[in-house]
Ligand binder design. Sequence first.
Ligand SMILES: [Zn+2]
Length: 261
Amino acid sequence: MAEVKLRALGLREVDFGDYDQYLTALTEDGRKIEILCKGARRGGKKQLPAARQFCFSEFILMERGGKYTLREADLVHSFFALADDIERYALACYLSELTAALTAPDEEAPALCRLLLYALYALEGKKRDPALVEAAFEWRVMAENGYAPDLTCCGVCGRTISDPPVCFSVAAGQAADADCAQRVGGYAPLHAGALRALVHVLTAEPDRAYAFSLGGPSHGQFCDMAERYVQYHLGRGFDTLRFYRSVALPAQPEPPVRKQK
Ligand SMILES: [Zn+2]
């Protein structure tokens, strides 16, 4: 057995046996690991407050053959405040499930951990529209996992798209110029704001990915396409997303900014 020290974010807790628990966690370098937390449920009270879902902690683990057992956990930051708001909590659960679906025990994806941490900070801070945090996360994690759409070149004829609108097909996962889009079918012209937002979330540093706002029809298009992009290319739905939908208020585009006199 080897002692391992690492930082990780708890994604999911699953009860095991009478007193134990497995914590699925995302390491700082973007690997998904399972940690056996012995006695975590003993005494009717959670024994290890830092080895929990939505806690970013420093762990000391015992490792053997890729299996981890908890020795110690020291809290760095907890996102427990999210639990006060069912909508934000449900969304955080979906972002965690999506992350778990896109990560593996032996593949490093450091950007993913930062993207998820900053998404949770954005939800916790309540200053960002949850619908935009969700969509930005969806677009960016798909891009980090090999589904990055090229928005500058037409996927049909290969030429640079020089005139708006840039059209996009969720199923094809690519952009097209207006002529090719019309000829081939299945493409929707992107609203200028949606295109700008998309370029921003695909290129920004993870800590800036959620720092934008969007209103009007661009908001709906950006968010709706993101969700469909995930489900189409991963070929699956998510229980946590269905739950989030059942508790979320309909997406509210941000009101127009009133001009100062
Ligand atoms: Zn073309």
